[in-house]
Design a protein around this ligand. Structure first.
Ligand SMILES: [Zn+2]
Length: 332
């Protein structure tokens, strides 16, 4: 059986807030918990399904990965040659794709810790930080760099994170073991980055505890729309005006694409159809595929209306062998 969509499992919309997700989960967990439904058929499986969905959707980082990659999870890290030729640290880095699902936390609250506590000791990984950047269409499509200013915590250098110097409270961090500093993080934008996509910057999250590794920074990317090009998936769309004669007789025309202007041949009798330039869209480093450039022909008639022009238009009109609006609906 195909795995169900996690949002469907919890009965929430894709835009649901964290609070809504938690509420939906708690409601379902109470209803379906095996201790509440001993022997109820299917409840156990449904409970596990709910549990698994919640483990992913409650975590902004896992949720984003799920939104982007679905059940398959993030692909292995890839190397994308940006304009500077630098390697891009792939999303969902080595060794930590979706972690195993564990019972912890919220269920413990609900059911009196029946799954055991979650006391931790020893080194612990720092939490991940989040950020958002807006980048130009050009950089999203072809790759580039951006920078993000954020306040980052660091382990206090004076006390090494212990909060104490000798027998007194550390004067630098005042005992917290942390200092916060403004930092500008440079972010490599891989070629083919999508609006709403997420870029992982390793080691730019919060510092770990007891010498644990630093968390990562996850940057949500917003792409400024382009005034002409429109992107859908890996394809790029545009509109190309042509003259009446070019459309009627066929012509070779200039078509702007994200890879520069290309010459393309439109056939005689071209109407408003969409024409395709294969492989002239966005290169997607994840799939290794390149999308197409799809352009719609728009026939533009002259602005000047003259007697000679009207004669020519009348002559053209006499050539239609059918009603140009014959396929339109008559109403709703
Ligand atoms: Zn300190």
């Amino acid at each position: 059986m195909a795995k169900r969509d996690f949002y469907d499992v919890l009965g929430v919309s894709r835009g649901a807030s964290e609070a809504d997700i938690k509420k939906a989960y708690r409601r379902l967990a109470r209803k379906l918990h095996p201790d509440v439904n001993p022997g109820a058929k299917g409840a156990q499986a449904r409970f596990q399904e709910v549990q698994e969905a919640y483990e992913v959707l409650k975590d902004p980082e896992k949720r984003r990965a799920y939104d982007r990659f679905g059940h398959a999870g993030p692909p292995p890290p890839f190397e994308a040659a940006g304009p500077a030729g630098a390697a891009y640290p792939g999303f969902g880095g080595a060794g930590q794709p979706f972690e195993g699902f564990q019972f912890e936390g919220d269920l413990g609250d609900l059911f009196g810790n029946i799954f055991g506590g979650r006391a931790r000791s020893g080194p612990e990984r720092g939490s991940d930080a989040q950020g958002t950047i807006e980048i130009p269409f050009h950089d999203a499509v072809l790759g580039g760099t951006a920078s993000l200013s954020l306040r980052r915590e660091r382990v206090c250098e004076r006390c090494g994170g212990t909060g104490r110097v000798g027998k007194s409270v550390c004067p630098v961090c005042r005992g917290t073991g942390r200092t916060a500093e403004a930092e500008t993080v440079r972010i490599k934008i891989p070629e083919g980055t999508e609006d709403g996509g997420s870029i992982r910057v390793p080691g730019k999250g919060q510092p770990g505890l007891d010498g644990g590794p630093t968390g990562d920074l996850f940057v949500t990317v917003r792409v400024t729309p382009h005034p002409y090009f429109e992107r859908r998936g890996d394809d790029i769309y545009g509109v190309v005006p042509v003259t009446t004669k070019e459309a009627y007789a066929g012509a070779e025309i200039d078509v702007p694409t994200i890879h520069g202007t290309l010459r393309a041949r439109i056939p005689p009798g071209t109407r408003g159809q969409k024409l395709r330039l294969r492989g002239k869209g966005v290169r997607n480093p994840r799939t290794g595929q390149t999308g197409d450039h799809i352009y719609t022909i728009r026939v533009v008639v002259p602005r000047n209306v003259t007697p000679a022009g009207l004669d020519a238009a009348t002559l053209l009109d006499s050539l239609y062998d059918e009603d140009v609006r014959k396929d339109l609906p008559r109403g709703l």
